[in-house]
Design a protein around this ligand. Structure first.
Ligand code: HEC
Length: 297
């Protein structure tokens, strides 16, 4: 007969399991404030004590049936503190006589095998794994716990909120602070296609709005193409309401104007214009006196 696990150890294990279960199903630590959680802890505690009481009865009963010698050995064994016994059980090595008792002889092939009892720590881990598996699988199946789609959506929302927060607090880009960056050209092209190409044509070749690839400009408000485009985006055309003040109206936000201006700078200054012969719109305005590059600081 072996001494039993003390009741407080069982209680701690049950409480730990309950916390894991709650944590998986609730997915935050708010349950510590919930009366349901504490009620489950109390009920579980009572059940552990009841089970322990039943265990005591069985233990007494069995104890009566032991021989005097076995009783003595058992009481002696019981004196060792629980953890010491647990620790020792991990390294226990049986005597040769004990080994003889539990040897299994396969008989026909002459191979013999030691039928050792599994170590307590191993069994403990095994049972813990089984319970954890059931809890985990049901939490995974029936709640959002460890659910990739739910996690993705949560993070996505958090990121959108972070971006919105950033846009609110980040200093607004103006024609004074706008900077040309060639890395912005591809994104600028996409933004141009969805916001401007309906009037200014594919690649800025012109349509309702002027050809943006040639040297002829109606509006010359800045020294260079990049800042002039930004100015137009911010203020619109003083002559023609069709060209709206996209930035002031909040249609173009954040760094988008900087990107679009980079793209238009690129198609105007860095590659050959789309001429009338190539389907471009006829020049409008005068040849603009652009300075090279994007000098405004
Ligand atoms: C609804 C049609 C329309 C849309 C959309 C539009 N524009 Fe224009 N845009 C015009 C017109 C028309 C003009 C000519 C204004 C004038 O005569 O002063 C113009 C002029 C311009 C000019 C000055 C050209 C010059 O020769 O003076 C720039 C730069 C410009 N637009 C950029 C843009 C950008 C960038 C976008 C997208 C964010 C855009 N436009 C969207 C119609 C439009």
């Amino acid at each position: 007969m072996k001494p039993r696990t003390p009741v407080f150890v069982n209680f701690v294990i049950v409480v730990a399991l309950l916390i894991i279960v709650y944590n998986m199903f609730v997915q935050n630590t708010s349950f510590f404030g919930s009366p349901y959680f504490w009620a489950t802890i109390i009920i579980a505690g009572i059940m552990v004590f009841i089970a322990n009481g039943i265990g005591d009865l069985i233990e007494n009963n069995r104890f009566q049936k032991l021989s005097e010698e076995e009783k003595k050995a058992y009481l002696e064994d019981k004196k060792t503190p629980y953890y010491k016994r647990l620790w020792a059980s991990a390294f226990k090595k049986q005597s040769n006589a004990e080994e003889q008792d539990m040897i299994i002889d396969h008989g026909f092939d002459g191979i013999t095998e030691l039928d050792n009892a599994l170590p307590k720590w191993w069994l403990g881990l095994f049972y813990f794994g089984c319970i954890f598996c059931v809890v985990y699988v049901s939490a995974y199946a029936f709640t959002d716990y460890a659910h990739p789609v739910a996690e993705y959506e949560k993070e996505y929302k958090e990121q959108l909120a972070a971006i919105a927060e950033y846009e609110k607090t980040a200093p607004k880009i103006t024609v004074e602070t706008a900077k040309y960056d060639p890395a912005n050209i591809p994104e600028g092209q996409q933004l141009f296609d969805s916001n401007c190409a309906s009037c200014h044509g594919q690649g800025g070749k012109g349509g309702i709005g002027p050809n943006l690839t040639d040297d002829y400009w109606i509006n010359v408000k800045e020294q260079d193409v990049f800042h002039n485009v930004f100015w137009m985006d911010e203020n619109g055309s003083p002559n023609n309401p069709a060209m709206r003040a996209f930035i002031k109206e909040g249609v173009i936000t954040g760094k988008d104007a900087e990107k679009i201006a980079a793209y238009i700078y690129h198609i105007n200054q860095e590659i050959p214009p789309i001429t009338q012969a190539q389907g471009g719109a006829a020049p409008q305005g005068e040849v603009a006196p652009w300075v090279k590059g994007t000098p405004r600081k």
